[in-house]
Design a binder for this molecule. Structure first.
Ligand code: ATP
Ligand code: LTN
Length: 332
């Protein structure tokens, strides 16, 4: 039987954080043996916020390296750069005409980004979820592993696909979102009621997978917690947001349950707990970093991966696009 299909991606808008890794990429690695996977680098999404062109080009290749370093096998899975498969932009245009202003204006990410970039509220920021729907639907994906913040975009993708199918028959597979057991929403280390974000202006708020190991340890040790001194997971208790976050991170990197981890620290202070979280995170990242460094200076290899990737991505996505063009009445 054919394997089910996964599609996902990350924007090359900054250095990958522990949140991106635990919320999304770690799951991609875990799922790759049971699914046929397509993972893209979402450069077209990233220009909804101003990017420096040289930086964007560099980050795109760094991200490809990071996908491989995290354990995604480029021989078994399709890895490609979004802008190299033109069908994404082409389908996005069509789907724009099947998406309502009202539903787009309810998107939390849109509202957040408008607040952060009041001087550049561009139309791309508004139609961002339509391009994301096109990404997913072109590959007829069954499953989309993402962090919690992206679930609203998966919902709108399902709505757009269902609306199109209702008019024209079964053109698109309706995809499901997929969240990790632990780490679906990693919080900022400095303001633990906010999500960890790679574009946070305070670098102490996030852990980058490419940070020095002693910087990672220092950031975890100085993470904002509370003054109670009790290592206990209390869902929904805002005063415990910092400790809840560190317990979640520890659970995600060790595979243990938060309650079991908390039990190890009964009667101990935050110092010992934070030191252990720092060590667990560093040890988890160490092999990723070693692989990443070994790929640096191997540009030809990366070029061959994304060139082959683009060819295959174009072939698959073009098939769906042609179906759509035929349904809406374009002359083929
Ligand atoms: P930006 O700050 O540029 O908006 P971001 O850090 O939010 O970026 P994205 O590229 O938007 O990252 O997201 C990539 C993937 O990582 C998505 O699947 C998203 O859900 C997931 N993700 C992002 N932040 C977190 C987080 N704090 N916890 C868990 N998952 C996250
Ligand atoms: N919006 C996503 C990135 C993204 C994506 C996708 C994720 C763009 N297209 C398709 C999954 C499937 C984000 O993480 N900010």
């Amino acid at each position: 039987m054919d394997k089910k299909i996964i599609f996902s991606g990350v924007q090359p808008s900054g250095n990958i954080t522990l949140g991106n890794y635990l919320g999304a990429i770690k799951n991609w690695v875990d799922l790759q043996k049971d699914y046929s996977c397509r993972y893209a680098i979402m450069d077209m999404h990233s220009i909804t916020v101003r990017q420096d062109p040289a930086q964007l080009r560099k980050r795109t290749l760094d991200l490809l390296k990071l996908y491989i370093a995290c354990g995604i096998d480029p021989e078994e899975n399709l890895l490609f750069i979004q802008s190299q498969a033109p069908a994404h932009a082409q389908l996005a245009w069509v789907l724009n005409c099947y998406t309502y202003m009202g539903e787009l204006s309810r998107m939390t990410q849109y509202k957040d980004k408008c607040a952060q970039h009041a001087d550049n509220i561009n139309a791309g920021l508004f139609t961002y979820p339509v391009l994301m729907a096109a990404d997913i639907l072109l590959y007829q994906a069954d499953l989309v592993p993402v962090g919690k913040d992206q679930m609203q975009h998966i919902e709108i993708t399902r709505d757009i696909a269902g609306r199109f199918n209702a008019l024209y028959g079964d053109v698109f597979k309706i995809p499901e979102g997929f969240l990790p057991k632990a780490g679906a929403k990693v919080m900022s280390l400095t303001e633990p009621t906010k999500k960890m974000s790679k574009s946070d202006e305070n670098p102490k708020a996030y852990i980058s997978i490419l940070d020095d190991f002693n910087v990672i340890a220092k950031k975890i040790k100085s993470a904002v917690t509370d003054s109670e001194g009790v290592v206990e997971y209390r869902e929904g208790d805002e005063t415990k947001a910092g400790i809840n976050n560190l317990l979640t991170i520890m659970a995600a990197v060790t595979g243990r349950a938060v309650e079991d981890i908390a039990a190890d620290y009964a009667g101990k202070g935050y110092g010992a707990f934070k030191a252990d979280v720092a060590e667990a995170v560093v040890e988890h990242i160490r092999p990723i970093r070693e692989k990443y460094d070994s790929l640096s200076g191997n540009k030809d290899y990366l070029v061959s991966i994304y060139t082959k990737g683009a060819e295959k991505a174009c072939a698959i996505s073009e098939r769906t696009l042609q179906k759509v063009y035929k349904k809406v009445g374009f002359v083929l």
